[in-house]
Ligand binder design. Structure first.
Ligand code: CTP
Length: 402
């Protein structure tokens, strides 16, 4: 089957140009090259594509230096797996060497070896991701359907290429549920059985790989349904016993939508906020989220311990070291009274500033040394109880304390 017509219908003219230039250049160099994976899957589904993935039977690392110099190619990054990102004709393209993968043990990253193009298709996750289409002139747009992926696209099902697929790479459990939710496809019967057998291996995935998969689900248009589908197999609890279920996570993410916080991390703030305070440290470590999240987690714990009845200065004292993000996030689920205390802190108490400084107090006769700081904080506490004051008023208050 030749997919040129489909290709022309689904991709932009600039993408088409980039692919034809690549084909021409690989012809010149005598290298076989193919569009692969999700790129071909999406073309077959008639969807527009964002990534152009190309596999070569050669090492891509310095291949572009051999291109005709009239084409400007920027090489962006080179990875440990012999892949490299280039920009050609305004398009980002992932070039990868055809490879075999050997998994030393479940959950670990594979050891990669040069291989034939057919081996490269055989190592892939699902039949609907194991398509290729030639870009050299002799097989331009000829579809290679490694394992009946077309039939699976038609019957709307996701099927692994081999029974150990989830064992080799348990991230594929997240992937199969993500594609199933995105495309509205069923998981083929045996694939489901292999997936269920592989669930216990999720615990072997590194934090970085786990976070990466969860983040990819967050960025799906249909993420709520995908997260809920994880619950059916208790996927999150296989990753860590404290992780929240997808249904709760979806609700908490919705609550955080309207907050003015970094959207890249917002969903993980929702995630961490659902974990019990005793388990947060371990869970953040499990996800490898780093120090900023550790502080966030411990800040949430402190907010959750706040009493409903506190004086303004006690409230200020308890919250002054807490990050604004933690206060905003906790505000979505604490009691109404605590929420109004959090608002009071953010909208009023936190904005009360001392306009006098140490020099002013020394001018009033306070000897240099630790007493200067003590006297300044007395004035600040006074204002926190009474409300903000102008600089002359603050000087009067400070004088009273001396
Ligand atoms: N792949 C795999 N096993 C994985 C990850 C990726 O076999 N654990 C293969 C699949 O063939 C996939 C290709 O590598 O199509 C590229 O991976 P990725 O960019 O993650 O997926 P896409 O298919 O491009 O999907 P998406 O639309 O989500 O980007």
């Amino acid at each position: 089957m030749n997919i040129e017509n489909l290709l022309k219908k689904t991709i932009t003219s600039s993408q088409y140009r980039a692919i034809t230039i690549l084909g021409e250049q690989f012809d010149r160099l005598g290298i076989r090259a193919f569009l692969v994976g999700g790129t071909v899957r999406d073309i077959l589904l008639g969807k527009s594509i964002t990534d152009i993935d190309v596999v070569l039977e050669a090492d891509p690392q310095d291949i572009t230096s051999k291109f005709d110099p009239k084409y400007k190619v920027e090489v962006h990054s080179v990875s440990q797996f012999g892949t490299c990102k280039i920009i050609l004709s305004d398009q980002t393209i992932d070039l990868a060497m055809a490879r075999k993968e050997v998994y030393p043990s479940p959950g670990e990253l594979p050891v990669v070896e040069h291989a034939s193009f057919e081996d490269d298709l055989a190592r892939r996750d699902f039949s609907i991701n194991a398509f290729a289409a030639g870009i050299n002139s002799q097989d331009w747009c000829e579809l290679i359907d490694f394992d009946n992926g077309l039939a699976d696209l038609e019957s709307k099902q996701i099927r692994v290429l081999y029974s150990k697929s989830f064992q080799d790479d348990p991230t594929r459990i997240f992937r199969v549920l993500r594609y199933s939710g995105r495309l509205g496809f069923d998981i083929e019967k045996r694939t489901k059985k292999y997936m269920i057998e592989g669930l216990r291996l999720i615990s072997l995935l590194s934090g970085v790989r786990l976070t990466n998969e969860i983040r990819k689900i967050f960025s799906e248009e249909n993420s709520g349904a995908i997260l809920r589908s994880l619950d059916q197999y208790e996927v999150m609890s296989y990753a860590h016993e404290s992780f929240p279920n997808g249904a709760d996570l979806t609700k908490r993410r919705d609550l955080l939508q309207s907050l003015q916080i970094d959207p890249h991390n917002r969903d993980f703030y929702a995630f961490v906020s659902l974990i019990s305070s005793l388990e947060r440290h371990n869970a953040i470590e499990r996800l490898n989220l780093g120090n900023e999240f550790m502080k966030f987690g411990s800040d949430l714990g402190k907010i959750e311990l706040l009493e409903e009845k506190v004086s303004r200065s006690e409230l200020h004292d308890q919250l002054k070291q807490i990050s604004e993000i933690a206060i905003l996030v906790a505000g979505t689920y604490v009691s109404r009274k605590i929420k109004s205390n959090l608002d009071l802190f953010l909208q009023e108490l936190n904005k009360i500033d001392l306009l006098i400084d140490g020099q002013d107090l020394i001018g009033l006769g306070v000897p240099e040394g630790p007493r200067v700081g003590d006297e300044l904080s007395k004035t600040l506490s006074y204002m926190i109880e009474s409300g903000p004051l102008s600089k002359p008023e603050q000087l009067i208050v400070a004088k009273k304390f001396i």
